[in-house]
Every structure is written in structure tokens, then in C-alpha cells.
Design a protein around this ligand. Structure first.
Ligand code: FAD
Ligand code: A2P
Length: 278
């Protein structure tokens, strides 16, 4: 296993003898955060335009020579000249059992057709924007937290991220930390971004599920905010199907309505992955 947080950068670009994949992009950096999580950056196709928060299909060539693709949220903002992804490593997962071994200079397949519901256009104007995530569901918000529009549209932005263990929060923690001094958007972020990471299975200064911290009112008390309400609060949700279902119910109980690109409302939801048995 690679050391936690260890980053490999691309060597100076050289001609390689590797086969050229369809829609190929070159890996420029890989960082392993835990034995289950890593992030990586790849070159960005010149023609690729996307809205921060959207996802694309990426992958590798399978053993049968055909592309093996999965949906991945773009974790970098729309203005970044490269693309960043934040990934799970599923030990026997068809894609990630291989993808976790990529190194700078390798190629991945990236279909340049971004889509998704976690976009600013799908929400009506509001005062506060809540990003609610578990695990790799942080990825679209890693993009949106670096998006100027986020801070231009809202007075406060609250990032609630819950994982089982402290080490699983590290990618998000470092990203939030880096925003303060970011030459491009640091000033815009100012003190608007409130970060509320929690764990559920390892002691940490804040603990508990996103759902419990919302229903008990603990997060509002801790951050000095009023309970969510339809007039002021907007939310974007990204986690397992079970998480999304439970959060959706809570947001509806606060009076918020689910929206979509074609029908902007008070909150939007996207699955962080499929197949958790529900
Ligand atoms: P799969 O056969 O796809 O999955 C095997 C099993 O692993 C699943 O049944 C599920 O139980 C579990 N699993 C899969 N993905 C995850 C995950 N992310 N977290 C926890 N458990 C998981 N994955 C990312 O890592 N980062 C992303 O940014 C991301 N964005 C996505 C966006 C959308 C809209 C969707 C639908 C999925 C997204 N996924 C993301 C999941 C991704 O598409 C793959 O499922 C994942 O890369 C594993 O692929 P695999 O072929 O190795 O295993
Ligand atoms: P918990 O440890 O109490 O199950 P996982 O690793 O299983 O995908 O979970 C990631 C995080 O999401 C964990 O902290 C887990 O809490 C939490 N979680 C899982 N399911 C839900 C849910 N339905 N509602 C709220 N939080 C959830």
C-alpha cells in the first residue's frame, strides 16, 4: 500500500509506446488517502465544458479489450485546466481494482459528456447552501466548493461530510484548508464556508450521522444557524441511496422541495454510487 496522503506527480512528458485509448487522457497526479480512498488528476480535453458538480464516465480498457466505464463526479471546478477525481477502491470492483494502480503518465478513458443534477442551475436563489455528503459523495462538492458562483450566490455555504473514520475525512479537510489561501477564490470564500465534518465509528471532535445532526438540531446550534427553512436554505445531497432517501425526507420535513435542472427548487440529490442493496 502507498503511504497515506502520498502524492505522485507526472514526470516530464515523454513519448511512450503504450496503446492510445479512445478518449484517452493522461494521469498527472495520484494521491492515496487510505487503503480505500485515492484521488487523481488527469489532463482535460480542450473541448470539455462542464458545470461544477457534474459527472462524466471514466474508465480503462477491460480484459476483453472493451472500455470498462463508471460514472465519476468531477471533483475539480469548471475553471481548472486539469480534471480531478476522488475515488473509492473496491477490492473486487471491476474498475477500481485496476484503477487504484494508475500512476502519472498512464492513460484513462474519459467520455466528454458531463451531466448531473448537483448544479447551481437546479436551485432557486437562497441565502444559505448546504452540501450534505457521506464518503466519496464529497466529490461533486470538492468541485462546487472551489466554484466562484457558489460564493457569489450565497451568504453562507455549509459542508457537512460524514465518514466512519477520521482518515476518510482527510481529502476534504485539506481541500477546505487550502481554500483560505487560494489565490483565485480565497478572497471570495472569506468566512462564508462553514465546514462540519463528522465521524460515526471513531472518536472525533464532532460525531454523528448527517441525518441525526440535522434532526437533533445539533449542527444548527454548533454553527449558530437557524433551523433550515424553505425561504433561506438550499441543499445538495450526495451519498449512498439509503443516505439520500433519509436526507430527502428530513429536508422535506423542513419544508424544502426537490428540484431538477428542468425545474429548479430548494434541493437536489444525486447518488454517490449504485448497488448498496436497496
Ligand atoms: P462497482 O461494480 O461499480 O461497484 C461494486 C460495489 O462497490 C457497489 O455495489 C457498491 O456497493 C460499492 N461502491 C461502488 N462505488 C462506491 C463508492 N463510491 N463508495 C462506496 N462504495 C461504493 N465513485 C467514486 O469513487 N467517486 C465518484 O466521484 C463517483 N461518482 C459517481 C457518480 C454517479 C452519478 C454514480 C452513479 C456513481 C459514482 N461513483 C463514484 C461510483 C462509481 O461509478 C463506481 O461504482 C465505482 O468507481 C466502483 O466501480 P467498480 O467497477 O470498481 O465497482
Ligand atoms: P454509520 O457508521 O452510522 O453507518 P458507509 O461507509 O457505510 O458508506 O457509510 C459512510 C457514512 O455514512 C458512515 O458514517 C455512515 O454512518 C453514514 N451513513 C450510512 N447510511 C446512512 C444513512 N442512511 N443516513 C445517514 N448516514 C448514513
Amino acid at each position: 500500500m502507498t503511504e497515506q496522503g502520498a502524492t505522485m506527480d507526472a514526470p516530464a512528458r515523454t513519448e511512450t509506446a503504450k496503446p492510445h485509448l479512445p478518449d484517452a487522457q493522461t494521469v498527472t497526479q495520484v494521491t492515496h488517502w487510505t487503503d480505500r480512498l485515492f484521488s487523481f488528476r488527469v489532463t482535460r480535453p480542450r473541448s470539455l465544458r462542464f458545470r461544477s458538480g457534474e459527472f462524466v464516465m471514466i474508465g480503462l480498457l477491460g480484459d476483453n479489450g472493451k472500455p470498462l466505464l463508471r460514472a465519476y463526479s468531477i471533483a475539480s471546478p469548471a475553471w481548472d485546466e486539469e480534471l480531478e477525481f476522488y475515488s473509492i477502491k473496491v477490492p473486487d470492483g471491476p474498475l477500481t481494482s485496476k484503477l487504484q494502480h494508475i500512476q502519472p503518465g498512464d492513460e484513462i478513458i474519459l467520455r466528454p459528456k458531463p451531466v448531473g443534477t448537483l448544479v447551481h442551475d437546479a436551485l432557486l436563489p437562497g441565502k444559505r447552501l448546504w452540501f450534505l455528503a457521506t464518503g466519496t459523495g464529497l466529490a461533486p462538492f470538492a468541485s462546487l466548493m472551489r466554484e466562484p458562483e457558489t460564493y457569489e450566490k450565497y451568504d453562507q455555504v455549509i459542508m457537512m461530510h460524514t465518514c466512519r473514520e477520521v482518515a476518510e475525512l482527510e481529502y476534504g479537510r485539506q481541500l477546505v484548508e487550502s481554500l483560505k489561501d487560494d489565490p483565485l477564490i480565497g478572497e471570495l470564500v472569506g468566512d462564508k464556508l462553514l465546514y462540519y465534518p463528522t465521524t460515526t465509528r471513531e472518536p472525533f471532535h464532532h460525531m454523528g450521522r448527517v441525518t441525526d445532526n440535522l434532526t437533533s438540531g445539533k449542527v444548527f446550534a454548533d454553527l449558530g444557524l437557524p433551523p433550515m427553512n424553505r425561504e433561506e436554505d438550499r441543499a445538495m445531497v450526495c451519498g449512498s441511496l439509503a443516505f439520500n432517501i433519509d436526507v430527502k425526507k428530513i429536508l422535506e420535513d423542513f419544508g424544502l422541495t426537490e428540484g431538477a435542472n428542468s425545474d429548479p427548487q430548494q434541493f437536489v440529490v444525486e447518488k454517490a454510487f449504485v448497488g448498496d442493496g436497496i
